[in-house]
Design a protein around this ligand. Sequence first.
Ligand code: SAM
Ligand code: SF4
Length: 337
Amino acid sequence: MATSNKNHSEKLVDSFNRHINYVRISVTDRCDFRCIYCMSEEMEFVPRAQLLTLEEISTIAHVFTLLGINKIRITGGEPLIRKNVITLFNKLGNLDGLEELTTTTNGSQLMKLAIPLKEAGVNRINISLDSLKPDRFKRITRTGNLDKVLNGIDKALSVGFDKIKINTVILKNRNHDEIIDLVSFAVMKNIDISFIEEMPLGLIDDHDRTEMYYSSDEIKEDIQKKFELISSTESTGGPSKYFQIHGSKTKVGFISPHSHNFCDQCNRIRLTAEGRLLLCLGQENSVDLKKIIRAHPGNNEKLKESIRNSMHIKPKGHDFNTQDKPIIFRHMNVTGG
Ligand code: SAM
Ligand code: SF4
């Protein structure tokens, strides 16, 4: 992976003068888990023929880097269950201009794939973990196996990524009593942890998001009962606010779409597994890049032009609130978390 973007003079800037240098690419909407806040038990997935091929994803990623994108996160659904996904990571790892290649995973495949990911040039990994209790982990993920994920985390630790971070969604009366245990786990493993407020993406059977809302401020208060939090200046240009746990290497992040709006610093766009370029997690504005790549194979200029033009429809911000039914009917696995 080249470390400089100096040869790429073009930059993506939207109508609110926000510089876009980060893309999250969803490589599948499918998953081996069914987390209660993300999916219904029975899900209808996109037919495979409608997904971008790995070659198409790699071409679009290349064009992104020509437009000044220097950070790509591969996500899903569960990205590591897409067949041959390592070939995609290998291609992305060789892109000139890309400074960070990262992925977000539920950890279930890491025993097998941590080494190939590291070899492909992945610098950072986010691993989702909402409970350290096997029964509860199963209830939240519906199909997940905690031991497999914990072994996956240890495997990732052993191969030496630059950074490993746990992602946790806290739900009131489901896992809010585990906040201290999860932070202690991160401290013990010398890794970071981010708490994400649940976002109203998609309607989910038997799941009342309002009733389970637990704010970042409440989580922070709970953590401070045991740990001293020192405000950190670190910024990923994204929505997280970070704190250092005093006396440890661990940073705690809070991603708070409800309680602290983060849109004015937004530096990111998202590509869905079907090839829709989404300009905002919480709005529907999008451009169909699959249509363009299939209508003009081999013509990177057409892709460039569409991506550049999409900057005019990037909205000022999302419209999430905790009271209403979702205004976004996409589930998080479709959007790419
Ligand atoms: N399957 C991978 C995983 O779980 O890490 C990657 C995709 S998942 C959609 C990415 C992140 O989104 C996970 O950390 C998950 O906890 C989070 N997530 C899913 N649905 C969410 C929701 N409705 N609100 C907030 N976070 C959500
Ligand atoms: Fe799958 Fe990740 Fe959604 Fe859980 S949060 S169901 S692991 S995509």
